[in-house]
Design a protein around this ligand. Structure first.
Ligand code: BG6
Length: 478
């Protein structure tokens, strides 16, 4: 078994989860910078006013800002062909709404891109990954306000022009469909309906704001695609979705309808708009029944129609089940909801592991859009330990990744046009949902702990050598 020639093997990260250097080079404060750490069972907190003595994981993260050369050399040692990372909006526009970009920020990413190119690693850049400038949250409640579109496009213009000729692949918004759930409002969109200190799980949900915010993001994404093509016809711009695979819990038709509706909302609504260039019919009923009214301007439909993305990307971690039986207890997961699947085991964070679901999903996506696909996040968050001999033996992570790669290969045999695979957190970093370091995904262990201790030293895990071999053999030796 091997993958198509030129398959992009690599890894993925996000600025706020690994860079640190939160105020260096003129960087402004972003939404994650005001979030404290949490754990699997204790919610992180949002503190609009930074508290003296409180630990904020994004402030130093894993200090990639100062160590990116060492990190990229390690990625190159594994043989990466692609590295997906994001650009912190607040490094380029510290408050989000300045007219001119910040040179120090542009220069930082230029060096990072050059470092990738030095090793023949293709950059895949997420323009906005879960970190809106906090100033825009305070000023306009972020994407709820249409003026965000211009700020975002200024950001795009600055990076599209600066990195022309060096970069080919861009993603407009990380997991844009997270905003179809209450948890995605602040995390994904920077929307905070009450500016006060609170637990992350206690945010006041205003669905109208989330969906109006999404409309503005759709317009921004479509205009960004158009702008990218104008600036450089070689640019390819993709969408990025959480693939929240779910199954009807039973063959009761009501469970199947429940599942279909959940899929419409969660999995297909955003990608239908971004890939097909228009709102799907089914969402109109959902809006009506949930009192959501989208304010559109004249010309918006045309903008959407002329800005569909060039390719589709998604994260895939887990799956769950849907049922019409409301007495059934909900399962855990990456903001998906749903009920547990009796056939699947779960990670220590309750995420149900389902490699076959990846093959199933890739087929569903390709049937729907016939666009090239990249799996740009996948992986196992686990508690890793360093053994006495200094080794990190993460065979459970190898098992997880191996079984998912096998199923991706099945999907390729099924005819899916799969272009690349960049597993999440290729180097240990801060968890987006819980804010902890203890939930590790990497091939590289980072000595940084949740009490703020650790010297940031990097250490190759067992999975590092395994993944190197996978890449060397183009997926043949698993
Ligand atoms: C995705 C995000 O939801 O999942 C990443 O794009 C995130 O930012 C990843 O880190 C894993 O989730 P978590 O909560 O385990 O960090």
């Amino acid at each position: 078994m091997s993958f198509p020639k030129g398959f992009y093997w690599g890894g993925a990260t996000a600025a706020n989860q690994l860079e640190g250097g939160w105020q260096e080079g003129g960087k402004g404060i972003s939404c994650p910078d005001i979030c404290t750490g949490g754990t699997a069972t204790k919610s992180k907190r949002i503190t609009p006013v930074l508290e003296e003595g409180t630990f904020y994981p994004s402030h130093d993260a894993i200090d990639h800002y100062h160590r990116f050369k060492e990190d990229i050399a390690l990625f190159a040692e594994m043989g990466f062909k692609m590295y997906r990372f994001s650009i912190a909006w607040t490094r380029i526009f510290p408050n989000g709404d300045e007219d001119k970009p910040n040179e120090a920020g542009l220069k930082f990413y230029e060096e990072l891109i050059d470092e990738c190119l030095k090793y023949g690693i293709e950059p895949l850049i997420t323009i906005s990954h879960y970190e809106v400038p906090f100033n825009l949250t305070k000023k306009w409640n972020s994407w709820v306000d249409r003026r965000m579109i211009d700020c975002y496009l200024n950001f795009c213009r600055a990076i599209f022009t600066r990195y022309k000729g060096k970069v080919k692949y861009w993603l407009t918004f990380n997991e844009i469909n997270s905003a179809t759930t209450a948890m995605g409002a602040f995390l994904g969109q920077g929307i905070l309906n009450e500016i006060k200190e609170m637990e992350f799980m206690d945010q006041v949900d205003v669905p109208q704001n989330r969906f109006q915010g999404l409309h503005h993001q759709f317009i921004a994404s479509a205009l960004a695609v158009k702008m990218a093509h104008e600036i450089d016809p070689n640019y390819q711009v993709g969408c990025m979705q959480i693939m929240a695979t779910s199954y009807g819990l039973t063959c009761n038709p009501n469970d199947q309808i429940e599942n279909q509706q959940k899929n419409h909302l969660m999995n297909w609504f955003c990608s239908d708009v971004q890939c097909r260039g228009k709102y799907p019919n089914y969402i109109k009923r959902y809006f009506k029944e949930n009192n959501i009214e989208i304010k559109m301007e004249e010309g918006d439909e045309e903008i959407l129609a002329t800005g569909p993305v060039d390719f589709y990307t998604c994260s895939y971690y887990m799956s769950n089940c849907q049922t019409a039986d409301k007495t059934k207890e909900g399962g855990k997961g990456n903001i998906l909801g749903g009920v547990p699947n009796p056939y699947l085991k779960a990670s220590d964070w309750g995420w149900q592991i389902d490699p076959v679901g990846l093959r199933y999903s890739l087929n569903e996506i390709y049937d729907r859009y016939q666009l090239p696909i990249f799996v740009v996040e996948n992986g196992l968050g686990a508690y890793d330990t360093i053994d006495e001999d200094g080794k990190v033996r993460d065979s459970y992570r190898i098992d997880y990744l191996r079984s998912h790669i096998e199923q991706m290969h099945e999907a390729v045999l099924d005819g899916v046009d799969l272009k690349g695979y960049t597993p999440w957190g290729c180097i240990d970093l801060v968890s987006a949902s819980t804010g902890e370091m203890a939930k590790r995904y990497g091939f590289i262990f980072v000595e940084r702990y949740d009490d703020g201790t650790g010297d940031f030293a990097r250490r190759r895990k067992e999975s590092f050598y395994w993944y190197k071999k996978v890449i060397e053999t183009n997926g043949e030796d698993l």
